[in-house]
Structure formats: C-alpha cells, structure tokens
Design a protein around this ligand. Structure first.
Ligand SMILES: [Zn+2]
Length: 470
C-alpha cells in the first residue's frame, strides 16, 4: 500500500510480543488494520507522537450482562433472608430485568459499554439473555433487545460478540419461574431460528469484524440435555464461540449430579461439547478430573473475579488450571465494577489469601512473568475465547489499543523493567487516557465524546426505575 495513507503512532513504550519497546512506531491502514512496526527515523518522525504514554493491546471482556449495571450499588445490604447469597441477589437482578423496556436496555448497555471503553476494553462478549417483553411475550422482532445491545456497542465504538443465550427452565424438574419469563425460549428449533435471523442481521448491518454472534446455553441448570445438545451442535456447525455458565455455585453441582449423575464439566466432556471454541464461565467448584478435562479439550475458562467476590461465589482454582495447561480469560459479568485490570490481579490475589504465599500464578521466576501471564488472560486468551480479531498488536490484526499516562500517580516512576507489573497490579482506571478501535480514537484524554449524554440518559433511566428510592 502507499505508506502515505498509513496512520502511525509513536508512544514512549509499545507493548508488542510480550515486551515494551521504545523508539518503535506502529502503522495501520485507514480502516485500522496494523501493517507494520518501524524504527526507521523517517517513520518515527511521521508517526503521531504519544508523549508520556505506554501503548498496549485493547483488553477483552469475555463475559458481561450489561443490563445488570442498573443494580450496581443497590444490592449491598442483607435481604430479608437470614443469609444473603448469590440466590437472594438473583431476585433483585430478576426484578430489574423485568422493569427494562427496549430504550432502557439500550441506555444501560451504553452506560456499561462506555465504562468498558474508559477502562481500556475494546471488545466485549455480551452474554445476552433478556429476549422477550414483559410476561415473556416475544416482541414482533424476536431479536429486538439483542439489536438494542448491538446498537449501543456500535454507537460508542466498542467491538462486540453477542453471545445469544438459550434459557428454558428454573432447574431440574422445575419450569421457569415468573422472574425468568423474559429469558425463555422453550423450543431449541426456535432458538436456532432466532439466532440465524440475528446472524443475518449482523452480517447486513454491522461493519465487518465489529459485531458477530456466538451461542450461550445459559447453564446445565437452565437448559435440559437434549436442548443443550442441539444448541451445541448448532454452534459447532460454524465454529461459533460457545459460552456457558459452569459450576458457579455448589447448588448447581448437586442438581447436576441428581439429574445427570455427573458434575457439570464431566457432563460436558461426556457429551463432546468441550473444545477450543467452548468457554466455561466461572468454573469455580470443579474437581481434579474436571480441571484435566477442561485443559485436555483446549476449552477456555472465563474468570469474573470482581463479580465472584461480590456475589460470594468462591475462588477459581487458577493455579491448578494453569498447571494443567488450561487457558483463562476474564469477564466483568454483573458489572458491579468494570475494571479488567482489577479482575486480572484478583486471579492472583485470591490465591495469595488462601495459600498464604506470593506470586502463586507466576509461570517461572522471569522478570514480569506473572504480569505477562495475567495480561495475557485480559487480552489474547479473551480474543481466542470470543473468536475476536484483536488481543495483540501484530501485523494483520486491528489497531485496537489503549494508552496509559506514565505520569499518572498510580504509575509514576515505573520504568520499562517493571512497567507491565505496574499496569497490571497498580494502574488506576484514570491512568487509561486514549482508547482506539480499528485505529479510530473512541476515548481521548480519558473521555468519550458522548460521555455526558450517556451519563445523563443513564441517570434518567435510574430515576425512572427506582424513583424516590434512588
Ligand atoms: Zn454471567
């Protein structure tokens, strides 16, 4: 191509192939594909100078329920039950899910997605299960709410995998309860038909590579086995990402043993569902054989530590998963917080607290070995889980990146030798200054151009949902 059409960037430090490099510029085509890296003095002069900035590949959030942003900060109290748990929190979440109209779904998704961009996230996997109108009556367009979520991502410039969720029942031998009615598609054939029609919409309406569809049977609790087989077969036909909540709570294991005489991962292995396109979200309460099965099948595990600590779910055995060779990616899940670097460091910190030792997840004693592994979870492992085009800065990949301010109070004095550890273990979200997707700036100087409007509309939505209670 004619180099004069290229855009180039020259930060103080550029994270490429697992190292921070200086005096290296990255170039991309006008449509945002990385073409090359250069140290040529002429190229360095031509590139846009990003002073006091380090540039890193955009972070990948593999598991979000964007609408749950509306209950942030509203469930941090003991409910009427004597013991507050995931299950009591879920009642509040169902209540919120049943209040949202299509405009509310859009406004809450846009708010969550804005915060993701401000955190350095450039791609989200949105595990979308709110499908129908109040009482479970389908909208005339059965994908109306999924399209609102896609529109929110597109309007603010976030890349998105819409993981279209199948939900059938409350549990083994239980019909769906009224709180779940908007999630439910009783027949697998309808789920496949609705997913087909969303996929053709995305192919028509979204710029190439900016949005795509995956398949997400909600959990072994919510989807019976014959339906799960059909949904998995549907995904495998076209190698779509296949995501599923797995082993988040002990009660789910007990129900799965009662229904299938197998633990959840064992069941998925037995059914041939685990493979490199499968991601087990949470996978907290798993035993040695399940760890072996996840690793052997090249399936990914998606950890959501900020949500898991919020809900009291437990700690992912990330040490044993890594020892077995499994991949781990990260998700913001309930969006109680959106801070992917906090998720990355919590993978490690949770284990420090239980094992009473440090650097538990470090694959060796190499400089920054631990930070590199955790950053890999937040980037390349996430891209693989979602079949996303980003994850690292390399020729042929999209120019999806974020910069941090080297003079931010949380990073000051870092220097190249420990910069990644500073970013992973200490960077505050305010250190994130610029975020680019496909080579286009969507966040500049820590702000998005629609930020004020998005926040204002979200505040109005919260007023309408919670009224005087707010
Ligand atoms: Zn989830």
């Amino acid at each position: 191509m004619n180099p004069s059409n290229e855009t180039g960037w020259l930060p103080d430090f550029l994270y490429v192939d697992g190292e921070f490099e200086s005096d290296l510029a990255m170039f991309a085509t006008p449509d945002g594909r990385i073409t090359r890296f250069s140290r040529d003095p002429d190229d360095l002069r031509r590139a846009v100078r990003l002073s006091a900035r380090a540039m890193l590949p955009g972070l990948i959030d593999c598991h979000s329920h964007a609408f749950q942003r509306v209950i942030r900060g509203r469930t941090e109290r003991r409910s009427a039950a004597s013991r507050d748990t995931f299950w009591t929190w879920r009642e509040s979440m169902y209540h919120a899910a049943n209040l949202l109209d299509p405009a509310g779904v859009y406004a809450s998704a846009r708010m969550a997605f804005l915060e993701m961009l401000l955190s350095g996230i450039t791609t989200v996997g949105e595990f979308h299960y709110l499908h129908h109108g109040p009482g479970g009556v389908p909208y005339e367009d059965r994908n109306l709410l999924a399209k609102e979520v896609l529109r929110a991502a597109n309007d603010i410039g976030l890349r998105i995998a819409l993981l279209r969720t199948a939900y059938v029942r409350a549990g083994f031998n239980k019909l769906a309860d009224p709180g779940q009615s908007r999630f439910v598609t009783p027949r697998a054939a309808d789920f496949a038909g609705d997913t087909d029609s969303l996929r053709s919409y995305v192919r028509r309406a979204a710029p190439p590579g900016r949005a795509w569809v995956g398949v997400a049977p909600h959990s072994v609790r919510a989807v019976p086995l014959d339906y799960l087989r059909e949904a998995a077969a549907y995904a495998k036909t076209d190698n779509l990402p296949l995501h599923m909540h797995v082993a988040e709570q002990p009660a789910e294991i007990e129900a799965c043993l009662a229904e299938h005489r197998a633990r959840p991962v064992e069941l998925l292995a037995r059914e041939g569902i685990l493979d490199a396109h499968f991601t087990a979200v949470h996978a907290i309460h798993i035993v040695a054989e399940e760890i072996r099965q996840l690793a052997a099948s090249a399936a990914c595990v998606c950890a959501c530590p900020t949500t898991e600590r919020n809900l009291g779910d437990g700690t992912l055995p990330a040490d044993r998963l890594f020892e077995a060779g499994a991949e781990i990616c990260l998700g913001s899940d309930s969006n109680a917080q959106i801070d992917p670097l906090e998720d990355a460091r919590m993978l490690e910190y949770n284990l420090r607290m239980s094992r009473l030792e440090r650097a538990v997840l470090s694959p060796g004693d190499g400089r920054e070995a631990l930070a590199k592994r955790l950053f890999h979870c937040a980037t390349e492992a996430g891209a693989a889980s979602l079949s996303a085009p980003g994850g690292r800065l390399a020729a042929g990949r999209p120019a999806d990146f974020f910069t941090v301010d080297l003079n931010d109070a949380s990073l000051a004095g870092a220097g190249r030798q420990s910069l990644l550890s500073h970013v992973v273990f200490a960077a505050g979200r305010a250190a994130v200054r610029d975020v680019y997707v496909d080579g286009q700036a969507v966040v500049r100087g820590g702000r998005h151009r629609f930020q004020d409007e998005i926040v204002r509309e979200f505040a109005a939505l919260q007023d309408s949902l919670w009224g005087a209670e707010r």
